[in-house]
Design a protein around this ligand. Structure first.
Ligand code: ADP
Ligand code: MG
Length: 479
């Protein structure tokens, strides 16, 4: 690679329109052949007609040292999430102002309280998470790894990310760039995620019990989920897919709080639904409570979902909090803190007032985040300013946090999407690392990183992931 670095990674290749179009056709056909697939927006409940998941024509440069740093801190993040999920006092304190104003978080918290009062029946805990980062451009031009968020529920694209390296190797091979093709890292998060589920299933200890995948009615990203299901089936672990509605109608607990659905015992509940308000009605909330009360391994259990809220992320960045949650682990604390961007509470009081004043004075340096997942919820620029003006004297502001805006250095790449012309865009990337841990009682029996996801989007979009139609799948090209 030319030392010019991030800005012009594939340099002259991006100049030749005809070559780009031919390459794109080859890349798309290879993506389809590899199973880099999504259902279509028109037919989100059927696999009769499918298309390719959007992806970049070329892999994108990622500094090798930052990739290593992100991998190295993943086990620390696993420990941290697990510690937060077990610390009811910390969760209660941290979320107390937020749940007064945010009904979604409040409902999750209610279930958490109910389960604690009844006593937790679950003894095996499984975390499948994905910690996401961007590469902040420092004043001296060097890039730094900064965490955007950690996803503790329904962290997706581990399946499709296992299939994209072959596509980028293909593109580089077509160009005769054999050495470069060999630098694309192999990646198999779906296998690692399945290993975590398999371990939890084994520790649950009932050979006939099943894995229950809580699925959405309309699921475009089914092939991503199937990749994990297929890995489990290869280990003789059977998965059933059901909606919250099905659980509500056909689910029950026995006197030991074992979970049964359609008369079959469930060892592990894997949520690929239930992370946003629109996914719940009264019936679904009832089903969620039933699942949480059971002794089945929930991935995640309700406390671990709460540990992934933006409010918790902000609170973790406060002086002394990591030290209290991970006592005697100063090296882990230092690795974690090095990835934190500026995070600010908007709770009523002087600290929140000051954060708001700073954001209003320099809106381009901040992002306003509500307690939501799934992309498209954050506010930037003029919209953020208006929201802050409206919220500033209201307790409602406590349901948001303010975050430093990360400004990576843009580079050129082509974002390939069904129905869109092939053209070069100025882009930025977000790196995710998948983490898996399993705990039995107080004993951690698995803690590992299991692969990565690179997503790339055009710079004109402030927010949004692949499912939101903004970012596309990519691979890191270690530089
Ligand atoms: P969600 O839970 O909706 O995925 P995120 O915090 O991941 O929320 O934000 C969604 C998207 O917004 C990210 O994928 C990223 O593109 C952008 N984003 C979020 N936080 C920042 C930030 N601090 N700086 C720059 N971009 C951000
Ligand atoms: Mg995100």
């Amino acid at each position: 690679m030319e030392p010019a670095g991030m800005a012009n990674s594939w340099g002259s290749l991006l100049q030749e329109q005809q070559q780009l179009e031919e390459l794109a056709q080859q890349a798309v056909d290879r993506a389809l052949a590899e199973g880099v697939l999504l259902r279509t927006p028109q037919e989100p409940s059927s696999s009769d007609v499918v298309s390719y998941a959007p992806f970049t024509l070329f892999p994108s440069l990622v500094p090798g040292a930052l990739l290593e740093q992100a991998y190295a801190v993943q086990m620390d993040f696993n420990l941290l999430v697990d510690a937060v999920s077990q610390n009811a006092a910390f969760l209660e304190r941290t979320l107390s102002s937020t749940i007064k104003r945010d009904t979604f978080t409040a409902r999750l918290f209610d279930i958490h309280k109910q389960v604690l009062e009844e006593g937790i029946a679950q003894t095996v805990f499984l975390g499948l998470n994905r910690s996401d980062y961007m590469f902040q451009r420092n004043a001296d031009g060097s890039p730094a790894l900064k965490q955007i968020e950690i996803n503790t529920i329904s962290a997706s694209f581990g399946g499709l990310a296992s299939r994209t390296p072959a596509v980028h190797r293909h593109v580089l091979s077509v160009l005769g760039k054999t050495k470069e093709a060999a630098k694309i890292l192999s990646n198999n998060p779906s296998k690692g995620l399945a290993l975590g589920i398999a371990k939890a299933w084994e520790l649950y200890g009932s050979a006939k019990a099943l894995v229950l995948l809580i699925a959405q009615e309309k699921e475009r990203n089914i092939f991503d989920q199937r990749a994990i299901e297929n890995e489990l089936l290869a280990r003789n672990i059977h998965v059933i897919r059901r909606r919250f509605e099905d659980v509500s109608e056909k689910g029950s607990l026995d006197q030991d709080r074992k979970l049964f659905v359609d008369g079959q015992e469930i060892a592990v509940v894997y949520f690929r639904d239930g992370y946003m308000p629109s996914q719940y009605n009264l019936q679904n909330w009832g089903a969620r409570l039933l699942l949480e009360r059971s002794c089945a391994v929930k991935c995640p259990d309700i406390a671990t979902q709460l540990a992934g809220t933006k409010k918790v992320q902000q609170e973790l960045s406060r002086v002394g909090v990591l030290e209290a949650l991970l006592p005697g682990q100063p090296e882990a604390v230092a690795r974690l803190r090095a990835t934190f961007a500026g995070l600010y509470s908007l709770d009523m009081g002087g600290e929140g007032d000051q954060a708001i004043a700073e954001a209003l004075a320099a809106p381009s340096r901040f992002v306003l985040k509500p307690q939501r997942e799934g992309g498209g919820n954050n506010l930037y620029g003029e919209e953020m300013t208006q929201a802050l003006e409206r919220l500033k004297d209201s307790e409602e502001r406590a349901s948001y946090i303010l975050m430093e805006k990360i400004e990576p250095e843009p580079f050129g790449n082509c974002l390939l999407r069904p129905g869109s012309p092939v053209r070069v865009s100025q882009c930025i990337s977000e790196l995710g690392i998948f983490g898996v841990y399993v705990r039995q009682g107080k004993t951690l029996v698995m803690n590992r990183h299991v692969g990565h996801l690179l997503r790339t989007k055009a710079i004109e979009h402030a927010d949004g992931g692949v499912a939101a139609g903004v970012a596309v799948l990519d691979n890191p090209y270690p530089a």
